[in-house]
Design a protein around this ligand. Structure first.
Ligand code: ZN
Length: 148
């Protein structure tokens, strides 16, 4: 089901880990609403990146899936408020993250991770922190800023 011009509910709630481990990752209604907000921001990012295709690695993660992938329990992914993605037709994850950093696109957290970019949105009623971080490996601490 399309939730914006270029993004579907299925791709924003698909989990490779859920499929592999047989875990339920069906979004509840509030999560579907949140994924709609994510899709709106992702459309803006897609336009920013020259209308090039975006590959979503991870969007919504149920608590069980998040636990299985070792995600932090406060992860915006669990509320359907985050998207991990690449846009290799535009550039490396670092180049994508820097382009978003320089734009006026509103996000709560922008994280350059090891192999993809994470964009997280604020919960309803909370102001976006517009925080930019870099995480170089699964066990590494978050560094401030986008560090290519
Ligand atoms: Zn993420």
């Amino acid at each position: 089901m399309k939730i914006s011009e270029h993004f579907t509910l299925e791709e924003l709630s698909f989990s490779e880990a859920a499929a592999r481990l047989g875990l339920d990752n069906t979004p509840i209604p509030i999560v579907i609403t949140h994924l709609g907000l994510v899709a709106t921001v992702m459309e803006r990012i897609r336009t920013l990146l020259g209308d090039r295709p975006i590959i979503v690695h991870s969007g919504y993660r149920s608590a069980a899936v998040n636990h299985a992938v070792g995600g932090v329990t406060t992860s915006a992914h669990c509320r359907g408020l985050a998207c991990d993605f690449v846009c290799s037709a535009f550039g490396t994850p670092a180049e994508v993250a820097l382009a978003i950093l320089k734009s006026d696109i509103e996000y709560d957290q922008l994280i350059l991770e090891y192999g993809w970019v994470h964009v997280g949105l604020a919960q309803d009623g909370l102001l976006s922190r517009r925080e930019a971080l870099t995480k170089r490996s699964p066990g590494a601490a978050y560094e401030s800023g986008i560090r290519a």
